[in-house]
Design a protein around this ligand. Sequence first.
Ligand code: FAD
Length: 333
Amino acid sequence: MGASSFANEFARLASVRGDGQAAQSTHVTLFDMGRSLGGRQASRGSRDWPGLSVAHGAPGFHVTSPEAMRLCEPYIASGDLVEWSEADFGHTAADGTFTRGAFPGKGFFACPLPEARYFSGPLCERLVADAPGVSFQGSTMVHQLERWPASETPGGVAWRLKGKDGKVLGDFDYLVVASTAPASPRWTRVFGGQPPLAAAAASPTIAKECPELNQALGDIANLDVDPVTAVLLAWPPNHPATPALLELPFRKLTVSNTEGGLERVVLGSWTPTKGESTASDAPLKGVSMVLHSSAPFSRGVADVYGATSTAATLGKEIRQMRDLPTCGPELWE
Ligand SMILES: Cc1cc2nc3c(=O)[nH]c(=O)nc-3n(C[C@H](O)[C@H](O)[C@H](O)COP(=O)(O)OP(=O)(O)OC[C@H]3O[C@@H](n4cnc5c(N)ncnc54)[C@H](O)[C@@H]3O)c2cc1C
């Protein structure tokens, strides 16, 4: 449940044997409320600009363990992952001075460049595409979890998952929850109803089978959040600003002085898959840019966007948690 990077890798591992061949008897279904794989790391596209891929969440990742390195190697070989060099990083100090270079002490940093082959969505898609027994069911919220008699299942009971409308999504031998959302008290305020895992924990059968569940629910309820407001921008290849933006001396810029609200800038390139033409032989590259705010900025504007959207509901929630005043409707308008 959940189709983020963790869930994708888990699904891949579950569906292959030690020698990398398909485990014929294993089938893994990934359910996610989102339309595509990747969770918060999913890339964002646009119907209007086919080929656009903007790294919304983490644009790259540090590889520090041999296991993770082994996972990356085939994707580096295929060009889906590319290691970022020092020259891809920039930093502006509190006085505005720009420095080029890697952040000290971070180690190997893999990031799929060029052509916006970002770690997030595309890598998650590759992980699942390479896993023979895995299927993805997007736009599907798992709303209810039950233990259900099933003679063909080990122990004689299956996990029965139900959707928002009460429809049975399937019966499964094992359940892996790859998100804190279905266990968090915020679920009730954002989606309504009891969080699915909290409701499941109230069942004596499940409480007996999963004695750690209540402890996990308590830990998740105490988690604090640091919100980030992200602005996603894109320029097509034929825009007059594109050549200058492509020349910017960084791919990822961190900002020391966050008083203005800006903490990070992530720059990428993209190639239209259709609809763009050029008279020259130059590669057709557009630019994508993601601006990440500081957490204090994000808290300050958290409920400004709309009055009833999920973003607005989450924003009010964060303000209540931190005892901050809520923006009035005049700000939404
Ligand atoms: C703007 C932004 C910038 C970030 N920058 C960085 C960064 O630079 N470095 C870094 O390390 N991290 C960064 N992060 C955080 C990083 O993206 C997350 O830590 C990571 O993606 C979390 O992965 P996850 O597997 O825990 O969960 P998620 O990615 O949250 O995935 C959980 C999935 O479960 C699904 N789900 C939950 N409940 C249900 C349900 N009941 N039914 C069906 N589906 C469900 C959700 O739809 C979601 O897709 C950033 C995040 C954002 C948003």
